[in-house]
Ligand binder design. Structure first.
Ligand SMILES: [Fe+2]
Length: 342
């Protein structure tokens, strides 16, 4: 899918930053308009159309940057908005997402990275096109997840892609037709995307156990994710599987306590394989589990958390691949250049 030369409004009060980033974005295929202060930027946002807005957030304090973001959201609701921030990553991410930004980058901003982000964000916007092929949706969703939730909680880098792979293998083994399997794969990538819309992202990297309030909040993420993806005509079933991924066979899951075969088969598969990858992955509050412990846990939940048919099939796959798959989270973190505390 090739895009025409997209228009970008670049806002920063440092002339050198404007010059360097502007030139690079121009060479990267964007039509760039420069603004050196929030006032002129807001005027431009009122009078011209932009595909993307890239703005510093601190001029004379956050309120000035918020002004540009607010004007962008008001006058250019379809534009991609990327903030450049000097603030610590998590707070910046939370503030940016809540106020409608598409993404954020920490300063100093690498122009090459910025160009890549813009291209990717503009593709995400293409999600609204009903003509997208499976491969396009996979690319867009993979970028969306890697760019958002897996960046806020770097321990989870690659969780969506690994879950997709396990979904594909299980879908084949359990005889899903090709189109159902593709939808399951998309749900595998995107199942935790709704976490980025929770009010407080801080618990995602919390070291201790969650409070009851935090646990209640996290339980909203399947439906938040389903709602976010719900606008796309091809994704109706994908939304269902995302919404079901924490339901349990015995009806004790969330959010709806759906039980047994009332949970779709793809939803049951997703709910099983994503638990495996979560157990295998080191998180802020736990180490990755050893294979024997994982298998013992999964067997113990047969007929409780997991559909017996699904878990039996997955255990066959684990007997063959389990040791390798347990190493995958660390491999993916290294490949993504993610460093987590040891
Ligand atoms: Fe989840």
């Amino acid at each position: 899918m090739s895009l025409p030369r997209p228009s970008v409004l670049l806002v920063d009060d440092e002339p050198r930053t404007l010059e360097v980033l502007g030139a690079l974005l121009d060479r990267s295929g964007f039509a760039v308009t420069l603004a050196s202060a929030p006032g002129p930027a807001v005027e431009l946002l009122r009078s011209s159309r932009f595909d993307a807005v890239v703005t510093d957030v601190v001029f004379d304090g956050w309120s000035e940057g918020a002004l540009v973001l607010g004007a962008a959201r008001e006058h250019q609701p379809d534009a991609v908005v990327i903030l450049m921030t000097g603030y610590p990553a998590l707070e910046a991410a939370v503030a940016a997402v809540k106020q409608g930004a598409t993404d954020y980058l920490q300063k100093p901003v690498d122009p090459v990275v910025l160009a890549a982000y813009l291209h990717r964000a503009l593709r995400e916007r293409e999600m609204t096109s009903p003509a997208l092929a499976f491969k396009d949706l996979v690319d867009i969703m993979t970028a969306m997840v890697a760019n958002t939730i897996e960046r806020v909680d770097p321990y989870t880098a690659g969780h969506g892609s690994r879950t997709r792979k396990y979904c594909r293998l299980m879908g084949t083994r359990l005889g899903l037709d090709a189109s159902t399997r593709e939808r399951l794969e998309l749900a595998g990538i995107a199942h935790d995307y709704g976490k980025i819309y929770l009010d407080d992202l801080g618990f995602l990297t919390k070291k201790g156990p969650l409070t009851p309030e935090e646990y209640a909040a996290v339980q909203k993420h399947p439906e938040l994710g389903a709602r976010k993806l719900g606008h796309h005509p091809q994704l109706k079933d994908v939304c269902r599987y995302v919404a079901e991924h924490h339901e349990k066979w015995d009806g004790t899951g969330y959010p709806k306590k759906t039980a047994g075969e009332d949970i779709s088969l793809p939803g049951r598969i997703l709910g099983c394989v994503e638990v495996f990858d979560s157990l295998a992955t080191k998180r802020s509050y736990k180490e990755g589990w050893e294979l024997t412990r994982v298998i013992e846990f999964l067997k113990g939940e047969r007929g409780k958390h997991f559909d017996p048919v699904v878990i039996d099939e997955f255990l066959v796959l684990l007997a063959e691949n389990g040791e390798d798959w347990l190493k995958a989270p660390q491999r993916d973190r290294e490949a993504a250049g993610v460093v987590v505390p040891s």
